[in-house]
Design a protein around this ligand. Structure first.
Ligand code: HEM
Length: 413
């Protein structure tokens, strides 16, 4: 095998500040000139073509267990409880452990039938949008796209309403660590994460006891009852995977709603077409997911020495399949940089691929479809308020592509 070919990208630091604004030209350059490249600062292989990304996600020689790649800082005895919780999430597991956890969680999910969630989502969506009426608009991200998925998942999981704010705070602290544990983190963030995990464990133990005594119709009760080959989840597995369910679907769906609406504001003709043809909304949501994917890249570890696109990947190397780049690969999609709600053959990778494919995709799609239906039902026109499309800013986060703010003027019916 040869030696590593590093990024030679017109002096641009990959995942550096210049990429924040618009990563897609960088992905294009990488796909064309260096589709599997080693990035020195990330100490990782960056994989950008559709075929290679799908291969990495499908190939069992790549492990989803990234715990060993965590920094020494977080591996220190003080933060061990944080790492312990992370290592019990199904998203960090390979087979057969992954399948055991996933089938237990799938059983619980099947219990919270999606058809029954639809009215809940629609009511919440209508209520949230009603709060925009008096001012004929408002800021969409923080007042609609953030609370909607959060309120839904908290209710589905079975967090009592008075506890929602504190559970949200614990989840935010934990999610920050869970997304960034292989980079150096400020001690105060780690301390906060640690405290939150401890408090959430106490809360959950008490809640489990309540639900064991008196089961309710929610995910937590279903998780307590779920069995796979005679086995149930331990308290720590329940803790880790409840955290995962509460966090994995929130910001991601927030990004989808914001990116989708921004794409429509940028393409008013397509907004009009959708407004008058709501049956196209599910297909449009798929296009939003492809065009500006909420999750930009995933992480895997090579379990053995192997070659990808003639690049020598060593056992233990971190590999980042960039799904957002795969979704713009011209080898897979016609005119990939064009947002087209009429696109039908849309096998995007926005929810991942293979064994870890997102189990919340149905819920996320439901939340997005209902949101756009409600937006169009309640309004006659939606415009940006006092900002230009070119002024919209994304959060400082390379994993998730999410707008900071989307101020709207809405003409209500
Ligand atoms: C637009 C919204 C969403 C996007 C873009 C998204 C994206 C993803 C992706 C790309 C993965 C694969 C991770 C990997 O292979 O390493 C994933 C996994 C996962 N997602 Fe989602 N997701 C969304 C919504 C949700 C929702 C609503 C939930 C739960 C209620 C959820 C729960 C999960 C869980 C538990 C996993 C781990 C599955 C496993 O490891 O087997 N997601 N998601």
């Amino acid at each position: 095998m040869g030696s590593r070919r590093e990024v030679a990208l017109s002096n641009v630091e990959i995942f550096g500040p210049a990429m924040q604004e618009n990563p897609y030209p960088f992905y294009q350059e990488l796909r064309e000139s260096n589709p599997v490249c080693w990035d020195k600062s990330l100490k990782a292989w960056v994989v950008t073509r559709y075929e290679d990304v799908a291969k990495v996600l499908h190939d069992s020689r790549f492990s989803a267990n990234r715990i060993d790649a965590a920094t020494e800082q977080i591996k220190s005895p003080r933060y061990r409880p944080l790492l312990d919780v992370m290592s019990r999430k199904m998203s960090e597991k390979d087979e057969p452990d992954h399948m055991r956890l996933r089938s237990l969680i799938n059983k619980a999910f099947a219990h919270v039938a999606l058809e029954r969630s639809e009215p809940l989502v629609r009511n919440r969506a209508n209520d949230l949008l009603d709060t925009f009426r008096t001012a004929n608009g408002g800021e969409f991200i923080n007042h609609y796209a953030v609370p909607l998925p959060l309120l839904i998942i908290l209710q589905l999981v079975g967090v009592p309403t008075p506890d929602t704010q504190k559970v949200k705070n614990w989840c935010d602290d934990f999610a920050f660590i869970a997304l960034n544990y292989y980079t150096h983190l400020p001690e105060e963030k780690l301390e906060k994460g640690l405290k939150s995990v401890q408090e959430f464990r106490d809360f959950l133990k008490q809640r489990i006891a309540e639900l064991e005594a008196q089961p309710e119709d929610n995910l937590l009760s279903a998780l307590i009852a779920a069995e796979h080959e005679g086995q149930r989840l331990s308290v720590d597995e329940m803790l880790a995977n409840t955290f995962l369910l509460l966090t994995a679907g929130n910001e991601t769906t927030t990004c989808l709603l914001g990116n989708g609406l921004a794409a429509l504001l940028e393409h008013p003709d397509q907004m009009q077409r959708l407004r008058h043809n709501p049956e196209l909304i599910p297909q449009a949501v798929e296009e939003f997911l492809r065009f500006n994917s909420p999750v930009q890249y995933l992480g895997r570890i090579a379990k053995e020495d192997l070659e990808l696109h003639s690049q020598p990947i060593k056992k233990g190397d971190l590999v980042l399949p960039v799904i957002a780049s795969a979704n713009r690969d011209p080898e897979k999609f016609t005119d990939p940089d064009t947002m087209d709600i009429d696109r039908t053959d849309n096998h995007h990778l926005a929810f991942g691929h293979g064994r870890h494919f997102c189990p919340g995709s149905h819920l996320a799609r439901l939340e997005a479809v209902v949101s756009f239906e409600v937006l169009f039902q309640q309004s006659t026109e939606i415009r940006l308020d006092s900002v230009l499309l070119t002024d919209l800013e994304y959060r400082e986060n390379f994993t998730l592509r999410c707008l900071k703010k989307l101020p709207l003027q809405i003409d209500f019916c």
